[in-house]
Ligand binder design. Structure first.
Ligand code: GLA
Length: 386
């Protein structure tokens, strides 16, 4: 057991009766393929060695009692009254409701959880929360759900209980992650191919802006709506189009007059990002890290100028990284945007120089320091004890 698992296990024993089941659920990174999941293209995420651990046991009632060891806060809810609210326990309720809608019976449980995923950093802590709880309930109540069904329940919780119309990438990566590999995930078929990551040739460092601009979730839903509007308009010209996944650059140009300027620009980013992701996966397979890095910088530029989900903090981090090709293979903003982290591929041995430089530039602009998280690719959500 890890130290954290031991701590949470004893915390559980001091609060609740019984012996808990232990489940670990990781956060995720995404190398490339940003805002592509809900357009049904390919993305290249991986689970990381930052996670939540849940200690959980059934309690033979309809009440669920949850203690967050990080917030030092308890919360309770009743399985007969699952309603969305503003609190973290919301995600738990969403998962329980997701099981119910699948016709699976969930009974009351006691749970202590805590973790190492930095909050608000865009590493999908909410997906990890939902995937971890889903996996735990699946085991506790022998629901027999597959990993993909659990991913969809976790996404349901996010859509219906948190109001973010996210794709499936975060949940998929948290559940299916593999040590030392990225997942080339096809968001249309919801299947993946593992692509080994050359961790001896580069260190993954996340540079955390430590900001989250408030428009993040409404802007996210707006971007998704723009993509859907674009796909629907293009389908009138090309009937085989059901999502931007089906659109070539050539078709997009041909359909340009049908689209509002803003919708065209958003779609242009998506169609080119889909292409970049395929190229990056190929480059990774053939050991061409320099190419991967170039594509990452291009993605940042597209997210900044076309998709418009970056922010000054992320731009400073990405452009500081770009100034030092001797240390940095590639860098870009990662995740939904408007804050969170950049992902940086750093040459081994240059980690400290990179951090010092980026910190300095960032501090000069924003008067607070970024935070750095060095991460490795890890196994997806799993039960830790029998
Ligand atoms: C968030 C969403 C994901 C995905 C990314 C952007 O993390 O939860 O589904 O859309 O943003 O790639």
């Amino acid at each position: 057991m890890t130290d954290l698992a031991t701590t949470l296990h004893s915390e559980f024993r001091s609060r609740f009766p019984g012996t808990p089941l232990l489940v670990m659920a990781p956060g995720r990174i995404n190398l490339i393929g940003e805002h592509v999941d809900y357009n049904l293209g390919f993305v290249l995420p991986g689970a990381i060695d930052k996670h939540f651990i849940f200690a959980i046991a059934a309690n033979n009632t309809d009440r669920c009692r949850v203690y967050s060891s990080d917030f030092r806060e308890s919360s309770e809810f009743d399985l007969t009254a699952l309603v969305a609210g503003p609190h973290w326990v919301n995600y738990f309720m969403g998962v329980a409701e997701g099981f119910r809608r699948k016709g699976k019976t969930v009974h009351g449980f006691d749970c202590v959880f805590g973790g190492t995923i930095p909050a608000g950093a865009g590493l999908s802590s909410s997906a990890a929360l939902c995937c971890g709880l889903g996996t735990a309930l699946n085991e506790l109540f022998e629901a027999g759900l597959s990993k993909i069904e659990l991913a969809l329940i976790a996404q349901f919780s996010e859509h219906e209980f948190a109001g973010v119309k996210c794709g499936l990438m975060d949940q998929y990566a948290s559940l299916f992650g593999e040590r030392d590999s990225l997942l080339l995930l096809d968001c249309r078929s919801n299947t993946h191919e593992a692509v080994p990551f050359p961790s001896s040739q580069c260190t993954i460092i996340l540079a955390d802006t430590r900001v989250k601009h408030s428009l993040a979730s409404s802007a996210y839903n707006d971007r998704r709506a723009a993509c859907e509007e674009g796909a629907a308009k293009l389908a009138t010209l090309f009937p085989a189009v059901t999502s931007l996944r089906d659109v070539t650059l050539d078709q997009l140009e041909k359909g340009k007059s049908l689209l509002r300027q803003e919708v065209f620009t958003r779609c242009h980013y998506i169609v080119t990002e889909m292409e970049r992701t395929q190229q990056a996966a190929q480059a990774l397979k053939s050991g061409d890290l320099a190419r991967v890095g170039k594509l990452m910088f291009q993605t940042h530029e597209g997210l900044r100028s076309e998709y418009e989900v970056s922010c000054p903090e992320l731009d400073v981090l990405a452009s500081a990284a770009a100034k030092h090709p001797e240390w940095v293979i590639g860098a870009r903003m990662m995740g939904g945007g408007f804050g969170g982290c950049t992902i940086n591929l750093i040459r081994p041995g240059s980690e400290e120089s990179f951090k010092a430089l980026v910190s300095k530039e960032y501090f000069t602009s924003f008067r607070h320091a970024p935070e750095f998280h060095t991460v490795a690719l890890a196994q997806g959500t799993h039960r830790m004890n029998r």
